[in-house]
Each structure stands twice: as C-alpha cells, then as structure tokens.
Write a protein of this length. Sequence first.
Length: 286
Amino acid sequence: MHNIRTTFDNHIDTDHLREMALHIWGEDSQAMMKTFEPSEAMLTKYDNSIVKNEKAIRGQRVLDIGCNHGLFSYMASRHGAKHVMGVEPRGMFVDGLNAFSKKHDLSMEFCKAYDTDLARLVDQHNIDTVIMMSMDTYIPWEERMYDLRKSDVKWIILQLTSLPEAWMEMNNDMTDNIEARFGKPVGFTLHYESHNVDTRAVINPLHRDKADPTTGFQHISPDGGVDLTKSHFFRSLRSRNYINKFIEHAGFTVESSYTQDDPISDPTSVAMAHGVYQWYLLRNEK
C-alpha cells in the first residue's frame, strides 16, 4: 500500500486523536485510544479519499458531508486544506469537534445539518471541494450530485458502494424486452429494507425529529427497547456501470477512479468486507 501507514503517521498527531475522542465520547474513550492502531480498512479509505486527492484538498475550502467522528475532516486539514467544514446531524460529534478545533485554533468548523442542506452550505461558505464518503446508500445520492453540478464547487471526492454488474445479470430476453419498451439498460439500483437501529437514525427524514439529537441513537420505546416501528427504512445500492453512466450524464469529468481490489475485514462496513468500494475524484467544470 505504498507505505500508506508511514504517510498516515507523518500527518497525524496522536495527541490530537485522543483529544478528539475525549471531546466526543468523554473519559470512557481514553483507555481504547491508548492502544489505537489504524486498521487496514481505515488506511485504505485514507489513501483513496485523502492522499491520492491532495491536489483537490491543499489550499482549498473543503466540506466533508456526513463527517461522523471527524477523522477524515481532520486529515484533510493536515493535508493542507485552507479551511474544513464538517457536516454532521449528531450534536455530540459537532459540539465535541468544535470544542477540539477551537482549543487548538485549527481551521476547522463543524455544522449540525443534513444532506438536504448541502446546496445552501456550499454556496454560503464558498466551498471548493466536497468530500462524500459512504453517503450514497443513505441519501438520495443523485439529487445531491445534481446540487453539486449546479454549484460552483470545483472538486468532488466520492467513496461509493458500487456493485459489480455480475451480481444481478439479466438474460438476453429480459435485456431485449427492457430495451424495446423503455430504452437500453445501463445498470441497476438494488433497494432493500432494513432497520436503522444505530447512530444513523437521525438521517431518516420521517422520524429524525424524534431521534436523540445529541447521540443520534434510534428511537427508544416506553419499555426502554428500540422502537422498530420508527426504524424501518430502505437503502439503495447502485451498480458500477450505472454510477459511471450517471456521472457522465450529470456532466462531471472523472479525474481518477479506484475500485477496491479485495475484501478487507472491517466490522463497521459491509461494503469494505465484500470488496465493493469505489473512489472517484470528479471535476465540476463549467
């Protein structure tokens, strides 16, 4: 991995990492942080989202949509971003990261907002580069990409879950019938139902106002358990060919693209564990 661990170590301040965790999760986080080591999955994401895209980060005003714990917002700053805005709906992350950034006088700020606020935020804050990592399965991705295409953003860094076409091959008769009635098939989007019982609960537009605004944890029923009646939702996975066609259709220029070669063990990411991540650097030329 072209010595990506060395690159990571050269750009990280481990004291900063511990403080970021402390500001978000409190003292309970510190025992874990004493033995922190970046996983192969984390290094792969860092390499393909930050290191290989430094030309779209250095000297730029960067917005990281769905920034979570802020690690990649922080790494964008360490790789020379002029200013970084992290967007995240969970209050404990936003408040903790803002406190950390203010303490160290870093050129980072964090905003409690949703993907639907993206167009407004990139305009108000004169954003040059948008980082969008693993947001595509949770949000109306195409709508947000249209928003960015119409904006003055110069660069978009994407980390997507992209399914190989072979996962859902159509036979010749089906392809011919579809083409005769609707047009040439260019890929597929797979929709599946799930229960949003984790900290992503606040992005469910139907019930986000009832989820815990600080932690983002899913709705709790009167008996103290998870209220599954408010957690049911649908996720979407797109095929690689469709993603490529949509990017072309929207008018972006592909500067670079990387596809995950092999599955990487990662309990936090089904996509990483199945080897289906894809990264893009897009130019938004007018």
